[in-house]
Write a protein of this length. Structure first.
Length: 355
């Protein structure tokens, strides 16, 4: 459980939260709820934002973080079923839900944020049953491994839907080596992108990206947006592709530098989909959107209705998850957070309850 943040007395800056192991009673289930025994919960950049940066949660601390969950229903509806717990669960009753934008429902329940004090870094979690995605057959993959599908894979799929990605489209993935970026690249390729350019700051991650969806790469380390733009144009010229129209740009790094690169590449009838999050401000002349007839699009999570399709893509091998994750005991959460926050991880950590 994360205890409340405090603030530095001199600067007013938030001081990171405090992790504590606590025991809580199993809650009494309400009608329409299931109790899920957690098999695994992924450590997401969003969790780090809550913990280290004071990004506010709907349910104020103390609360249990974790929203990337796979597990088994042990009570209530769907008892005995293996499931994915959607990272965002809509009310399905409001005008936003009725408009098909239920992933951004204002009354949504998100584990580790707005779902009471309950999150995935626990042994059990009570959740609404109607949005659970049943895994009928794990196909020999450990149930804990499917946790990454609950956010790291489904979020890129929703981003592709927001971009209206079509067969033959051209795509750029900025932050292609990160915990979500490795799936963003695979998703756009699996959905039919003709040519995918991966942008990252690590050569070895870019080499890996070429094996999982990318057709070309750009290392942006130490380069300004204009330099990256020049390399992008050289790739386009070599491949006989347009450099100034039609590209769909997925900014997944969640960094100011990544956002600035995306804006530099955005051109005529293009789209930039903002997937990653940070609190920095970026300067941009929005009149360029008018001149380019271009779009900047935000995306949040993924509606539960898409989970079965994404699960199918994983289970049929269109999207690979095994090379990009590792499991660790839940009791090592402090060390996992520290390592993830350092930016040195090569794989996404999935924490498995060991208590």
């Amino acid at each position: 459980m994360v205890r409340p943040w405090s603030k530095d007395k001199e600067t007013g800056a938030p001081i990171e939260g405090i992790l504590e192991r606590v025991e809580m009673p199993v809650p009494e289930l309400q009608p329409g709820e299931s109790l899920v025994e957690v098999a695994g919960c992924g450590v997401c950049h969003t969790d780090l934002g809550y913990f280290y940066e004071g990004v506010p949660t709907v349910q104020k601390p103390p609360l249990i973080l974790g929203h990337e969950i796979s597990g088994r229903v042990v009570a209530g509806d769907l008892e005995g079923k293996n499931v994915l717990v959607p990272a965002v669960m809509p009310c399905n009753k409001c005008p936003i839900c009725a408009a098909g934008r239920e992933n951004r429902c204002l009354a949504q329940k998100m584990p580790g944020n707005s779902l009471g004090p309950y999150g995935g870094f626990a042994s059990h979690i009570p959740v609404p049953s109607r949005d659970l995605c049943v895994i009928e057959d794990t196909k020999g993959v450990p149930l804990a491994h499917y946790a990454v599908v609950a956010d790291a894979v489904t979020t890129p799929y929703q981003a592709a839907m927001r971009a209206s990605l079509q067969q033959g489209d051209l795509a750029v993935v900025i932050g292609a080596g990160g915990g979500v970026g490795v799936y963003m690249t695979q998703v756009v390729k699996a959905l039919g992108a003709k040519f995918v350019i991966a942008v990252d700051i690590d050569d070895w991650k870019l080499e890996r990206a070429l094996k999982y969806g990318a057709d070309a790469t750009i290392n942006s380390r130490g380069k300004d947006p204009r330099s990256v733009q020049d390399e992008f144009r050289e790739i386009c010229k070599a491949q006989g592709l347009p450099h100034n129209w039609g590209w769909k740009i997925f900014e997944v790094s969640g960094s100011k530098a990544g956002q600035e690169i995306g804006l530099a590449l955005l051109s005529f009838v293009g789209k930039m989909i903002v997937v990653g999050f940070n609190t920095a401000k970026v300067e941009y002349s929005i009149s360029r959107l008018m001149a380019f007839d271009a779009e900047i699009i935000g995306t949040w999570g993924c509606p539960p209705k898409h989970y079965p399709k994404v699960l199918e893509m994983v289970q049929t091998g269109k999207i690979q998850i095994e090379p990009f994750l590792e499991t660790r005991p839940m009791s090592s959460i402090k060390e996992a957070f520290e390592e993830a926050h350092s930016g040195k991880l090569t794989k996404r950590i999935v924490l498995v309850p060991d208590f």
